[in-house]
Design a protein around this ligand. Structure first.
Ligand code: PLP
Length: 432
């Protein structure tokens, strides 16, 4: 197979007459060989307007954990459409969705729904500031928490501007960002317990916000004892620990990274896999913190929060994800894929690491050893990997240019093996 993408290229170019860049998100712009235009999706496949059928490991950047057309989720959403879309009030569906989250996630004693991960992070930070009466937020290099001004700091490599690893300089992520919005956002190196312990000792930090495993820049696991050390320091100094589980939540296990890694935060943020592609996010956490949202002076709004069709999809998604054996099957197929890709790289004589969870892992082209930190990760051969994923696309597999691979319940062994074969073919062309 050698897919071509000419119609996508033409249509995106034509769409620039009405839409900046022909796309609706910064992260869909500038991808190689062109932003793609799709006409439908089913199971593990995306179908583009050039007639290509692509095995999908983008999974819309994570949400599609049950694949593109799970019959139970679609039936639940469809049934709800006939009963109304948005009530501007409560529904039994959101009560049930919240109950399921509380049943599955260790930190979840209460849940508040939002419409995107970015908003949910904003809510978790506002709540932390209100509850502690402090302003400062600590985040980490390479961790992404949405595109809001206060958190879009140090999310991309910026050379010398990054400062030393022992004390990174916060670097704004976008032109037009409020330059004062970062005055209470401090950036540390992740996986360095001493940095958090030292900083929190000053007693003025409202919240530590992190991906419990760094999945936006690689898929880097916390070092043994790291999360525990941060947990202890937060408890000692009255700082709220927030895990941003927008990627890991309901993906690496029914209880997210916190259950899998055995450390419970005070608050956690969910989105993506919670509703299999419907626009749902949530903040979940300790009752004494979350209940401050009840009728007090902490404002959190959102016209589309807990929209009824989205809640129907959430309930159906969580019910399926609570089915015994579902994560174990994903785990074994993901391991098969990780091992198969690692062997394909080794056989081709190409240096690369394949690391992370079987349901969200990362290929670090050019890395000799698994990255421990963001500074290790940014040494990957980015340009080489973009070329490789472009070749892979021509062989019918769509994987993220930044190295992440998302798995769904629908990626079975035959699909995994076809993917490994496609990678071998792409590598053969890449190395010549
Ligand atoms: N937090 C993390 C860890 C994410 O990966 C993302 C998006 O990729 C967000 C927050 C923002 O979520 P959303 O795109 O739904 O606003």
């Amino acid at each position: 197979m050698s897919a071509v993408f000419d119609r996508s290229r033409e249509r995106v170019a034509a769409a620039t007459r009405h839409m900046p860049g022909g796309v609706s998100s910064h992260f869909r712009y500038g991808v190689s060989p062109t932003p793609l235009v799709f006409e439908r999706a089913d199971g593990v496949y995306l179908h583009d307007i050039d007639g290509n059928r692509l095995i999908d490991y983008y999974l819309a950047l994570g949400p599609m954990i049950l694949g593109h057309t799970p019959p139970d989720v679609i039936a639940a959403a469809r049934a709800q459409l006939d009963r109304g879309i948005l009530y501007g009030g409560q529904s039994e569906l959101e009560f049930e969705a919240a109950r399921l989250v509380c049943e599955m996630v260790p930190c979840a004693e209460r849940v508040r729904f939002c419409a995107s991960g970015t908003e949910a992070d904003q809510l978790a930070l506002r709540l932390s500031r209100a509850v502690t009466g402090r302003d400062v937020i600590v985040k980490f290099e390479g961790h992404y928490h949405g595109w809001m001004d206060s958190v879009l700091w140090s999310t991309a490599p910026t050379g010398n501007a990054m400062g030393p690893e022992s004390g990174p300089t916060p670097v704004g992520g976008s032109a037009g960002q409020d330059s004062l919005a970062g005055r209470n956002t401090e950036v540390l190196s992740w996986n360095r317990p001493e940095q958090v312990i030292d900083r929190l000792a000053r007693g003025d930090v409202a919240a530590v916000l992190m991906e419990a495993a760094m999945c936006n820049s690689g898929a880097i696991m916390p070092l043994p004892g790291y999360l525990e050390a941060v947990r202890e320091a937060c408890t000692k100094h009255g700082t709220i620990l927030i895990f941003d589980e927008v990627i890991t939540g309901f993906r690496v296990g029914p209880g997210g990274a916190q259950k899998r890694l055995g450390v419970t935060p005070d608050l956690a943020v969910f989105a993506k896999a919670i509703a299999n592609g419907f626009a749902v996010a949530a903040v979940a956490g300790r009752a004494d913190i979350m209940d401050q949202l009840a009728g007090g002076n902490i404002i959190h709004g959102g016209t589309y929060n807990a929209q009824a069709v989205n809640m129907a999809a959430t309930v159906a998604t969580l019910q399926r994800l609570a089915t015994p054996g579902i994560y174990e099957r994903m785990e074994s197929r993901g391991q098969r894929l990780m091992q198969g890709l690692a062997k394909a790289f080794a056989d081709a004589g190409v240096t690369a690491t394949v690391t992370g969870f079987p349901q969200i892992f990362h290929v670090g082209l050019g890395l000799e050893a698994p990255a421990v930190n963001y500074r290790d990760m940014i040494r990957v051969d980015r340009a080489g990997y973009v070329r490789l994923t472009t070749l892979l696309l021509k062989h019918g597999v769509r994987a993220l240019e930044r190295g992440a691979w998302f798995l769904s319940t629908e990626h079975d062994e035959a699909i995994v093996d076809a993917t490994i074969a496609a990678m071998r073919a792409a590598l053969a062309e890449w190395t010549t």
